[in-house]
Design a protein around this ligand. Structure first.
Ligand SMILES: [Fe+2]
Ligand SMILES: [Fe+2]
Length: 136
């Protein structure tokens, strides 16, 4: 039955590919929030944004699809929280990174190119914790 069609691995990677686009946009928006007060922190966010773009391309190689529009929900939410409660925002982002790493785990056997992406997500999570402690 079409309605009960199971999500294929490729569907999951396509969702992840959209997630990478969304993450890139989120970090760019986060950089805008802090660039006036903490330019070096903004640079750190932009570095992670670039890394998310790299992940987007890893997924694109697998799916063969180009996506162009980030879903801005998380970017809006996180950058608003970042203005008032930066530690809370960075905790949300850090947790999201670890969740992203876990979400990639089932696919690394089939797509070994995803393994370095998974490891990057863990690094991003650790990085957000480190930055939170350093700046806030
Ligand atoms: Fe990523
Ligand atoms: Fe990430």
């Amino acid at each position: 039955m079409a309605l009960l069609k199971k999500k294929t691995t490729l569907d999951h990677v396509l969702s992840a590919q959209q997630g990478e686009l969304d993450a890139e946009y989120m970090y760019e928006e986060m950089a805008k929030v802090v660039e006036g007060q903490y330019p070096e922190l903004a640079e750190e966010f932009l570095k992670v944004a670039k890394s998310e773009r790299g992940h987007y391309y890893v997924c694109k190689k697998i799916t063969g699809k180009e996506l162009t529009k980030p879903v801005p929900v998380k970017a809006i939410l996180v950058s608003n929280i970042l203005k008032k409660a930066p530690k809370v925002a960075l905790k949300l982002v850090s947790d999201g990174e670890y969740d992203a790493a876990s979400a990639y785990a089932p696919f690394i056997l089939e797509y070994p190119s995803i393994e370095p992406v998974l490891k990057d997500e863990i690094r991003h999570g650790d990085k957000m914790k480190e930055l939170s402690a350093k700046y806030f």
